[in-house]
Design a protein around this ligand. Structure first.
Ligand code: MRU
Length: 364
């Protein structure tokens, strides 16, 4: 996608320097910073401390982390240790384990001396595959937007609510939830996006709003508590969110607060869609609430808010009394029964074992 008119992915290999580079998302929207990740430790810190974030991007970053480590030390010990180090960074998004497993399954049978170039090639493929999946998700989601648009008075925008950032910054390119929106804009279908701010880290306010602005997508930032009210008043035509892990029965784990949006959507008859590439499906899990590990993050993210200060610097402001502790579960699970449909690269299906099996029969 574009930043000031220039095309960027969220992670790329710079062939001039021979380094993997990322957009350091901690400073957006106020500063656009690119950094190189050069060691396994750099990759682990970047994922753990959310320089990069979003399930598909975490997976691609981990793949590059393994590739960079293989260039330093292609031994079995280094392969297994890098899998462990990267896997320990964030527990909820399944794309991380998927990408690490892909890399290890490919590399382990090879002689150590031949691993480094194969690892880098597979990391590039994982990044490219993510872009193509998300492009397809966009086209499949676009069909849904078109149907809703066809039932509205001509020229009236389809009003879409989204939560967190499941945009191109959360993937390698296009985004998942945002891809249908970008495709709608390309096709000239009027849309209006309600962007949930997404406390505590404000991925909506800081990242999704920035993306929407950069691509001229009409949007408004709303507080997390506004969605139910807007739905009651008929101001939301559909919800599209991303997911960090969707189970084999269609339960959807996503950024904290997604479940409340799904409840409000259900109560108001608003269709609630989840956009995901297939590596986000955890075929081993059948009960999202009981089985998915939910990341508990530092309570500083709750007691403080980051933003641009009056002096122009980016900093934190404390919003609660000294001594009040925060609680910070980072994700929640929306039961399959509240999900209208899953938008995948292979098509749209019901959030159910049968629905998923219809698109991914090889996993049954
Ligand atoms: O904690 P984050 O910012 O990594 O959480 C991101 C989300 O919850 C996204 O909605 C999800 O990863 C889907 S990204 C296409």
């Amino acid at each position: 996608m574009k930043v000031n008119g220039e095309h960027y992915r969220s992670i790329w290999f710079d062939s001039d320097s021979g380094r993997v580079e990322i957009i350091d998302q901690r400073w957006l929207p106020h500063e656009f910073r690119v950094v190189a990740l050069q060691t396994l430790e750099d990759f682990a810190i970047a994922i753990r401390d959310m320089w990069v974030r979003g399930a598909p991007l975490i997976g691609a970053t981990a793949a590059y982390g393994i590739a960079v480590e293989m260039a330093r030390d292609p031994s079995d010990a280094a392969l297994n240790a890098s899998w462990e180090v990267l896997h320990a960074t964030r527990p909820t998004a399944i794309n991380l384990r998927w990408a690490l497993d892909e890399m290890r399954a490919l590399l382990a049978p090879l002689p150590a001396a031949s691993r480094a170039p194969v690892a880098m090639e597979r990391a590039h493929q994982i990044a490219d595959e993510d872009v193509e999946c998300n492009r397809q998700i966009g086209l499949n989601g676009l069909d849904i937007i078109k149907k809703i648009a066809a039932n509205k008075p001509k020229g009236e925008p389809v009003r879409i609510l989204t939560h967190c950032n499941a945009g191109w910054l959360a993937t390698v390119d296009w985004g998942t939830a945002t891809s249908p929106m970008y495709h709608a804009i390309k096709e000239g279908i009027p849309i209006h996006v309600w962007v949930d701010e997404t406390r505590p880290r404000n991925q909506g306010a800081q990242l999704t709003a920035w993306e929407m602005l950069s691509h001229d997508v009409p949007h408004q930032l709303i507080v997390d508590n506004a969605g139910g009210h807007l739905m009651q008043h008929g101001l939301v035509d559909m919800v599209i969110v991303g997911t960090d892990r969707t189970t084999a029965n269609g339960d959807v784990c996503n950024k904290i607060g997604t479940y409340l949006k799904a409840l409000a959507a259900h109560d108001n008859g608003v269709p609630f869609y989840v956009a995901l590439p297939s590596p986000t499906i955890d075929w081993t899990v059948h009960d999202g609430i009981a089985e998915i590990p939910i990341e508990e993050r530092n309570d500083h993210e709750v007691t403080h808010v980051q933003g641009k200060l009056a002096d122009g610097n980016i900093g934190d402001v404390q919003i609660s009394p000294d001594g009040t502790r925060g609680g910070n579960p980072a994700f929640d699970v929306t039961p399959a029964r509240l999900v209208t449909g899953l938008i995948t690269e292979r098509g749209v299906c019901a959030a159910s074992p049968e629905g998923l099996a219809s698109l991914f029969p090889e996993h049954v």
